[in-house]
Design a protein around this ligand. Sequence first.
Ligand code: NAD
Ligand code: TYD
Length: 360
Amino acid sequence: MKRILVTGGAGFIGSNFVRYVLTERPGVQVVNLDALTYAGSLESLSGLPGEARHAFVQGDIRDRGLVERLLSERQIDTIVHFAAESHVDRSIAGPEAFIDTNVVGTLRLLEAARAVWLGRGGSAEGKRFHHISTDEVFGSLGPSDAAFHEGTPYAPSSPYAASKAAADHLVRAYAHTYGLPASITNCSNNYGPRQFPEKLIPLMILNALTGKPLPVYGDGAQVRDWIYVVDSCEAVLRVVERGRAGESYNVGGGNQPTNLEIVQQICAVLDARFPDSPYRPYSRLLRFVPDRPGHDRRYAVDFRKIEHELGWRPRFSLDEGLSETIAWYLANPGWLSAIGRRDDYHGWIERNYTKRGADQ
Ligand code: NAD
Ligand code: TYD
């Protein structure tokens, strides 16, 4: 792996991956293709290590001509495909963008890779197309069901999960039919720095810090597996470099808290950190709100395949990851401004916490 095309590298996991790979692989060049939707920000790429080895291109993964040009002109040997519409609630409100980006976008990328890598004079040797997928393709587990493994049948529930499942099927079909050297990681819920505050953990951290309600859907007893984003990036790189082409690997954090437990844990960290806060105890802000339609009850991930084959396992506990994440949001209010959240979060956090947080 020498020249990687990262798609969606201005988003949450993508930007963390770009940072990770530039740090860990000094010989690698990264071309970062991102459309900069509401979820992407150049601010997430500020202060990159090894910046000279990173080139940002604003563009759409559905633009096959652009992708083909990038693949051939920049002599890309590896595609790590993160770009997607990623929020379940948005997919329920409007599924079409999810099909456009996640399904059609992935198809166009596959077609571009097929044309440039496998077309006349091309060779699959040394190439890899890696798709970043989700555990949500497997649907919802009952309380005593075994965790998702790579052979669990796909049963997506939300339009988001259905679009990711469709993309996975296309990637597999290209590997099977055309011999495209492709792999997939199906990962659980990521959290960490630079996650857009529409997802549970950053939303709860920022709402709590600014005294806003903490909206828990339904009874809050839904279960997710949570992985710190650095662990997730390490797993992706491991599969890209050493995973077998044609295979998928499940990736998880090895924990299963309920949503309510996560929110309470965030509140407890903030209680301890800000003993004089007027909102203390922060759990007073908790509100049960109507449930998400079709809400998946439980996810759990069996990641023994990547552990046994590639020696990967998560290194961050949920406690450590949450503390790191809270510290990052407190230390980076400017990022909130850059993503358009100046009024509701940034100024408030800067005035009330940043100096105090830095002092502690
Ligand atoms: P995100 O929403 O934070 O970022 C998505 C990025 O893709 C943004 O920078 C956006 O500008 C870009 N993008 C969207 N449409 C595009 C297009 N048509 N062309 C080019 N760029 C486009 O997403 P994330 O949370 O970082 O997720 C990244 C990937 O990981 C997604 O494929 C998602 O399905 C998958 N995933 C996420 C999680 C999670 O918990 N966040 C878990 C498992 C898998
Ligand atoms: P989310 O971060 O949207 O990820 P996903 O739906 O992909 O798992 O939500 C995580 C869990 O938290 C999910 O069960 C829905 C729940 N949730 C809330 O209870 N309140 C909220 O405000 C949000 C955004 C999510």
